[in-house]
Design a protein around this ligand. Structure first.
Ligand SMILES: C[S@@+](CC[C@H](N)C(=O)[O-])C[C@H]1O[C@@H](n2cnc3c(N)ncnc32)[C@H](O)[C@@H]1O
Ligand SMILES: [Zn+2]
Length: 305
């Protein structure tokens, strides 16, 4: 692992001064606050403050099974293409999950530095381990394996709803795929003129599963709502629709449901009953590219107040 590259991303969650590698697995700020990194190549700066929980191991297993089968490959290609044009030196994935999308970007931009951030320590561990294995072809993905080479991707366990323990202006590109957003903090950690890539589902995504009572509703106009919600900090620059229809059997549907927000509502028995054969399912997403505004355009009420 590289404590050096990890520390270059980070600031102290207590006093906000930069963190630096301080020997062994310790990261330390100038005020003397210190934090122990994990031997697997990531650091937790949650500090026990968070009451929300990230994705569970079962959800991550389902996500990994579904994504690694290649069903969302077109989406990953669209995200990668959008990001690669920026020729970023530093990419931060917020809500990285298993690191599937980040891995696409690492392949297109092999010399950049990466940080995968998630609330779930299991997710961050997987993101770091799979990136490490992919950068060393022929090596199996073993989460607790200690390898001599520095990982391509560093990892951070943190809560997006807090002041992020990430340095101001450090990232060229932020990636945010089906994950929560904190617009003011995204604006702070991006460099001037930085780029934010966001993926949201379209309201006809998984339409057939919804018709079968297997998936939750997706609110209409998510992309437009997002443009408005981020508008004070970011200007929409690109909008790419990615869609397709694919034949899925019960196993694939179980993974698809298990990795998302419907996981807690739909058991495997319900899936077997309601999806007994292989049938087509609609995939539909919006990939949105936002440019960081130099100065946040505050809402009118606050400007006049
Ligand atoms: C739907 S998954 C998407 C994961 C990944 N981007 C992908 O598309 O494969 C949402 C991710 O956001 C993480 N997450 C949820 N709440 C979070 C929070 N408050 N701070 C950081 N990450 C969070 C979850 O643990 C999960 O990995
Ligand atoms: Zn400090």
């Amino acid at each position: 692992m590289s404590l050096q590259t990890l520390s270059e991303w980070l600031r102290c969650p207590n006093c906000f001064s930069p963190l630096a590698a301080n020997g062994g697995l310790v990261l330390r700020c100038a005020s003397g606050h210190s934090f122990d990194a994990n031997r697997r190549g990531y650091l937790s700066l949650l500090g026990g403050r968070s009451h929300v929980v990230g994705d569970s191991a079962a959800m991550l297993d389902a996500r990994e099974a579904f994504l690694e089968a290649g069903w969302y490959e077109d989406l990953r290609t669209a995200v990668t293409t959008l990001v690669a044009v920026e020729q970023p030196a530093r990419v931060l994935d917020i809500g990285c999950g298993t690191g599937y999308y980040l891995r696409g970007v690492t392949e297109a931009c092999p010399t950049a530095g990466y940080l995968g951030m998630d609330l779930s320590p299991i997710a961050v561990a997987r993101t770091v381990a799979t990136a490490r294995a992919a950068s060393r072809p022929g090596h199996a993905v073993v989460a607790d394996e200690t390898l001599p080479d520095p990982p391509l991707v560093d990892g951070l366990v943190a809560d997006v709803w807090t002041d992020l323990p990430v340095r101001t202006g450090i990232a060229d590109v932020l990636l945010n795929v089906f994950a929560p957003r904190n617009p003011a903090e995204f604006h702070r950690v991006l460099r001037d003129d930085g780029f934010l890539a966001v993926v949201v589902p379209h309201d006809d995504h998984l339409r057939e599963l919804r018709d079968a009572g297997l998936a939750l509703d997706i609110p209409p106009n998510k992309a437009e709502d997002l443009r408005v919600a981020l508008g004070a900090w970011f200007a929409l620059e690109a909008r790419i629709g990615v869609s397709g229809r694919h034949d899925l059997g019960a196993d694939e549907v179980a993974s698809l449901i298990g990795m998302g927000p419907s996981a807690h509502h739909t058991g495997t028995e319900a899936i077997a009953n309601r999806w007994p054969a292989t049938n087509p399912v609609t995939f539909s997403f919006d990939v949105l590219g936002f440019r960081r505004r130099a100065v946040p355009a505050l809402p009118r009420s606050r400007e006049s107040g």
